[in-house]
Design a protein around this ligand. Structure first.
Ligand code: ZN
Ligand code: ZN
Ligand code: ZN
Length: 441
């Protein structure tokens, strides 16, 4: 295995430590490099929709004859996956409905199994080894420590039969590494498909004005330029959702990645005013009232997020009816709407949630109503070529088609396509599928 990738160079930045830069020019949409996953795992919710081994999305996958829970393209994929699937196949049958490791636990088990057989540098470690990834194990707060302990308990309970587990300290380090460096594999609508580790891609630092975007082809990560780059330019991705204003973004970065961003946008805060736009009234709204509403909005977002994190979507549907969830969104939109403009990001956040809930309820008119309010501010507030923007156009386009409004659907698809051609590359399966969807109308 080589210790380098053509067109790229690892370097030490005085402020950010290990970093990555290009050694030649790259044009918008050009593939800078791609990387196979070191380890990866398909989400339980996606079983049956994607092949567990190659992450191909298609119908008619064949299931594992033993557990009947894992699905594959063919025998070749099933054989390829066995080294990993055997960690779970018999345990799932033994524990039945009590088999409930977290996705992190499942991924860590796979990393440990791979480490046992992989002694040399692997194809995903051309410029950074998995062991070199940041852990920040000493910065972990109590809440995360508890989560890590629960994941370790899961490893002992569900995986110790097939794995020799390292000592507690090493497990904590590995879990911290995974939480700082794990990538969420997402589809064209940004739905979560799985989690993976790409050491080489993990070398890339964060910026709120990223120069590259990561998309996925099967379980491989592809890094493409989203702006023209010249030799020496740093390769920068965004670790977080860039919709939010500077303070919120940096709170998120400190919470999850233990640093504060000093990119141009964080210094100038040029988009903060538009992101926090207040309703125009003849009597101007007082600063106190605005600040209180920002606090209210942040709390509502946190609560909604906690609800989605702690329970999977099925549990939410059992405990909270979708109708109740929608009411929650509508209630906070009403409260905030007295102060915030419709294009304020806290309003957009709730409208996006409401759109998702309407989608689940098959209330297409409701989903379209929210979607239409979101798209325009989204394209203004996100940086150019954002997947958040393409995915909302894609969702909207698909709903228009279902509502039998083909010309509006095609229009939305074209907007999604322009971004996806840059981010995914013109030949990506998602674009082929999209062209087919467009040709049918
Ligand atoms: Zn496959
Ligand atoms: Zn099986
Ligand atoms: Zn920044």
């Amino acid at each position: 295995m080589t210790g380098s990738i053509k067109g790229l160079e690892r370097f030490d930045s005085p402020t950010k430590g290990r970093s990555l830069r290009v050694t030649r020019a790259f044009k918008v949409g050009e593939l800078i490099f791609s990387s196979q996953a070191y380890s990866y795992v398909l989400s339980l919710n996606e079983r049956g929709c994607y092949c567990e081994f190659c992450f191909t999305r298609k119908e008619g996958l064949a299931k594992c004859g033993k557990c009947k829970k894992a699905f594959y393209c063919n025998v070749k994929c099933q054989k390829g996956d066995w080294a990993m699937h055997k960690l779970e196949c018999s345990a799932m049958m033994a524990f039945r409905e009590n088999w409930c490791p977290s996705e992190t636990t499942r991924l860590v088990a796979r990393i440990l199994a791979k480490k046992k057989t992989q002694k040399e540098r692997c194809v995903s470690e051309k410029i950074m080894l998995i062991g070199e990834m940041q852990s920040h194990v000493e910065d972990v707060d109590n809440e995360k420590r508890e989560m890590n302990e629960a994941d370790i308990a899961g490893l002992y309970r569900f995986y110790s039969k097939h794995l020799d587990l390292p000592d507690h300290k090493d497990l904590l380090t590995l879990l911290s590494q995974v939480s700082c460096n794990g990538f969420t594999i997402e589809d064209d609508e940004l739905s979560h498909i799985g989690t993976a580790i790409y050491p080489d891609v993990a070398l890339i630092n964060h910026s709120c004005l990223p120069s590259v975007i990561v998309t996925y082809d099967g379980m491989s990560a592809e890094v493409r330029a989203v702006k023209d780059m010249k030799p020496g330019d740093e390769v920068l991705i965004s670790y977080i959702d860039l919709l939010y204003p500077t303070d919120d973004r940096n709170n998120r970065l400190r919470e999850s990645y233990y640093f504060t961003c000093d990119c141009q946008e964080c210094k100038s805060k040029s988009k903060d005013k538009a992101k926090l736009k207040v309703r125009k009234r003849s009597d101007p709204i007082e600063t106190d009232v605005i600040n209180n509403m920002v606090r209210y909005a942040r709390k509502a977002i946190r609560e909604f997020r906690a609800l989605k994190h702690t329970k999977n979507i099925l549990l939410i549907i059992i405990t909270w009816s979708l109708f109740e969830l929608l009411e929650m969104c509508e209630h906070s939109l009403e409260e905030m709407g007295a102060v915030f403009d419709d294009s304020n990001i806290y309003m957009l956040h709730m409208m996006y949630q409401a759109m998702g809930v309407c989608g689940c309820m098959e209330d297409l008119d409701g989903a379209v109503r929210y979607g239409e309010k979101i798209v325009k501010p989204y394209s203004q507030l996100y940086p150019p070529n954002s997947l958040n923007v393409s995915s909302i156009y894609l969702k909207l386009g698909r709903i228009y088609m279902l509502l039998d409004k083909p010309s509006m659907g095609l229009n939305a698809f074209k907007k999604a396509m322009a971004i996806m051609e840059v981010a995914h590359g013109k030949d990506h399966l998602y674009l082929k599928e999209l062209r087919k969807e467009m040709a049918q109308k």
